[in-house]
Design a protein around this ligand. Structure first.
Ligand code: FES
Length: 175
């Protein structure tokens, strides 16, 4: 996959999710106007309020990007094959050994959520890229797997995980 097609993919997915989020807020405002007035405004969200992300439109094999506290958050709806490969890796071969189970929520290994900021010098990696079909940082060549673990390159540690929880099978709250 080329950088161009991957970037296009990410942009398209982001636009799709952003549209969905606006729709959800609009619907809530109509249904429960008093409660919607208590929702945080844009500046509060930018300052760090939690955000909810509906994962139901995210197809298997798709990675979406949302923003929380100004940081890109990648949500990867992993395939069975990707999960198996991430689980079965020899931990001793990893620069920053961490089992896949420590990087997903129990019972939700299909959704892997991480902060898309390279741990080397802070570039934003490209999703669906590199030899592990995970993330590739074009700045200096760091390669991450679908668990966000560093596999090669100068990045010293795995991609960080944001604080989040599942509020339903298809919805997470970040923050
Ligand atoms: S910033 Fe990602 S490899 Fe250097």
């Amino acid at each position: 996959m080329t950088a161009t097609s991957s970037a296009g993919h990410t942009r398209r997915d982001f636009l799709y999710i952003a549209t969905g989020a606006v729709g959800a807020v609009g619907a809530a405002a109509v249904a429960v106007p008093l409660i919607s007035q208590m929702n945080p405004d844009a500046s509060t969200i930018a300052a760090g309020a939690p955000i909810e992300v509906d994962l139901s439109p995210v197809a298997e094999g798709q990675v979406i990007k949302v923003f929380w506290r100004g940081k890109p958050i990648f949500v990867n709806h992993r395939t069975k094959k990707q999960i198996e490969e991430a689980v079965n890796v020899n931990l001793a071969s990893l620069p920053d050994p961490q089992p896949d189970s420590a990087r997903v929520k129990e019972g939700h290994a299909n959704f892997q959520v991480l902060i898309g900021i390279c741990t080397h010098l802070g570039c934003i990696p490209i999703a669906h890229s590199g030899p592990y079909d995970g993330y590739f940082c074009p700045c200096h060549g760091s390669v991450y797997d679908t668990s966000g673990r560093i596999r090669s390159g100068p990045a010293p540690t795995n991609l960080a995980l944001p604080p989040y929880q599942f509020v339903s099978d298809t919805k997470i709250r970040i923050g």
